[in-house]
Design a protein around this ligand. Structure first.
Ligand SMILES: [Zn+2]
Length: 293
């Protein structure tokens, strides 16, 4: 089996990850987040997978290489100085969202809205006056906005009016099919987003951080660890806000509006315990004796 593996064209996953990191999670020439793994030497010659011998090329640049229009020296030069690492941020990628209705599903909670024709806005998550997740609908345009920060309040990923770009700092970023995954450490997911254009976005896993507020998204619920609030099973239609946390200049209504909550002081262990208990009850209401208050 081992022998065969060496001759397989499939690049082992840890080597793929190493290549992604080295190349700044994008085509080394143009930064595009949709790419292929390309052996710089012909596969037929080398028949081995060594991270340093493989680079990332988008579809266009891969075709240019195959056609002989992209000189090897240019590719090697870009491999040594990848576009995204040079810029410190990835090349913007345009998501194709449009339409007059929209749906955001986050932690099993669903937000739907219709374009009312005057610039409808939907904000499922906002902290301290800044939306972390939001939609703007205007004239048939559906503009997705998302900002992901790390624990140090530094921006990791941003989608600004459908333009996706990310920092090259995180441990791993992958866009496979419609699914974007950002990992902050081995196996530790910072966010997982499934884009379902033209008008739906699903977030099943995520860790939204901002100014000491931590919001954890799981497939069936959302947990705000600072206040031990579990939000599950909501469906909001044409409702402007979802989780509105902290001070907002203009008062916003939402499913949950929390001002003056503790920052960095939330007891994470207690919150996680509370979430487990709450979700066990929601998933199995019979477990709870009705006479037991
Ligand atoms: Zn390219």
């Amino acid at each position: 089996m081992k022998e065969q593996d060496c001759h397989s064209r499939n690049i082992p996953l840890p080597i793929q990850r190493e290549i992604r990191q080295r190349c700044g999670f994008g085509c080394v020439i143009c930064g595009m987040p949709l790419y292929e793994y390309e052996h710089m030497e012909e596969w037929a010659k080398v028949k081995r997978h060594v991270a340093d011998e493989i680079t990332l090329l988008c579809d266009q640049h891969h075709r240019e290489k195959t056609a002989g229009l992209l000189p090897k020296e240019v590719m090697r030069g870009a491999n040594a100085d990848p576009y995204n690492l040079r810029e410190g941020v990835s090349k913007p990628y345009n998501l194709h969202f449009s339409g007059k209705t929209a749906e955001i599903e986050i932690g099993g909670n669903s937000f739907t809205c219709e374009d009312k024709g005057y610039g409808t806005v939907l904000v499922p998550i906002s902290v301290d006056g800044g939306p972390l997740l939001g939609l703007i609908m205007a004239d048939g345009h559906l503009l997705l906005n998302l900002v992901i920060y790390d624990e140090f309040n530094a921006q990791v990923l941003q989608i600004k009016n459908n333009q996706l770009f990310y920092s090259t700092e995180p441990w791993d970023i992958q866009l496979i099919g419609t699914k974007l995954t950002v990992r902050e450490a081995h196996r530790k997911i910072l966010i997982e987003i499934d884009f379902q254009p033209p008008h739906k976005v699903v977030i099943n896993r995520g860790r939204f951080l901002r100014n000491g507020v931590e919001i954890l998204v799981r497939p069936k619920n959302i947990l705000i660890t600072n206040t031990r609030s579990v939000i599950a099973g909501n469906h909001a239609h044409n409702c402007f806000g979802g989780l509105i946390i902290g001070h907002h200049e203009n008062q916003i209504s939402g499913i949950l509006v929390l001002d003056g909550i503790p920052r960095y002081l939330g007891d994470r262990t207690e919150a996680l315990k509370f979430e487990r208990e709450t979700m066990a009850e929601i998933n199995d209401p019979k477990k709870k004796d009705p006479t037991d208050f």
